[in-house]
Design a protein around this ligand. Structure first.
Ligand SMILES: [Zn+2]
Length: 298
């Protein structure tokens, strides 16, 4: 596995806040304080995220995983010896204990190659006249993934609701936001209105159908976020990586509608091919378990 240069796309997205994107896959963020840098998620483990971090800061590093899913902790193992601590919500302590199974890695590698192929088609159309794409968010060619691994790294620090992470000159508050997964955490900086949202806010399809997901909890968590004076919400996936308070409110309302059976979902399949209900909203969709009969039939 030797990813070529440019698997990541890093850029400053706010004062002292860097997006380290794997475009089309996942977004990790580096927040730089005066005495400590915080890496919120470590991505797929396909490229060397440590190299990206070192190019941006020489400060001691605290890794915080938004939740335990493989695509948000793939780079943890590569940072052992480099990061001061690995922090995760206490509900995820045991969930970090397993490496990604080979069949998951193979399925994802297949998805990644398909994504790149479709992106090339989109790019050809774009060059012919749409002019919508941006090289910073271009889906990258997929390197050879035969030896790709996502190893388990036990958290060295367990986080709880209300904990404050002091980076020197900036303080991030831990919000426990279950719904997508039981150990989901967002980080909130009241002084700037910055919200690091992980998979609790997505500019594509919200995964509310997978094991550990919980629609009522998702509705409660997103409602809670909507009540914050959010200036910038930074999202865990997709090319549109930042959103505003207006978006957060619309997501909270959407989840309440899904929870209360007020939508008219259609049958769909997620990226792994699992059959789901898809509830469409303006600019995003919510996926729920198909074998739950929705309250209102299409
Ligand atoms: Zn996730």
């Amino acid at each position: 596995m030797t990813p070529g240069p440019g698997w990541f796309s890093a850029r400053e997205t706010g004062p002292g806040v860097h997006l380290i994107a794997e475009p089309g896959h996942v977004n990790s963020y580096l927040v730089v304080g005066d005495s400590l840098a915080l890496l919120y998620d470590t991505g797929m483990g396909i490229g060397d995220i440590g190299r990206e971090v070192r190019a941006l800061t020489g400060l001691p590093l605290l890794v915080v995983n938004s939740h335990h899913h493989y695509d948000h902790r793939g780079g943890n193992a590569s940072l052992v010896g480099e990061a001061k601590e690995f922090a995760a919500h206490t509900a995820g302590a045991d969930l970090h204990g397993s490496p990604a199974p080979r069949d998951w890695l193979e399925s994802y590698a297949h998805i990644a190659r398909g994504l790149r192929e479709r992106y090339e088609e989109l790019h050809a159309l774009d060059t012919a006249g749409f002019f919508l794409t941006d090289s910073r968010i271009e889906v990258r060619p997929v390197p050879e993934l035969t030896h790709w691994r996502i190893e388990a790294v036990r958290p060295t620090r367990l986080l709880h609701e209300g904990d404050v992470l002091d980076l020197g000159g900036r303080r991030l508050h831990v919000l426990h936001t279950p719904g997508h997964s039981p150990d989901g955490i967002c980080l909130w900086e009241p002084e700037t209105g910055l919200l690091l949202a992980g998979d609790t806010l997505i500019s594509g399809t919200f995964f509310a159908h997978i094991p550990g997901a919980d629609v009522p909890a998702f509705a409660d968590s997103t409602r809670r976020l909507a009540e914050l004076p959010v200036a910038t919400a930074l999202l865990g996936h997709n090319l549109r990586h930042r959103e505003s308070a207006e978006f957060v409110s619309r997501v909270a309302e959407a989840f309440e509608r899904v929870r209360d059976g007020l939508t008219r979902p259609g049958r769909w399949a997620d990226m792994f091919g699992t059959a789901v209900w898809r509830h469409d909203f303006d600019g995003f969709a919510v996926l729920t378990v198909l074998d739950e009969t929705p309250a209102v039939h299409p």
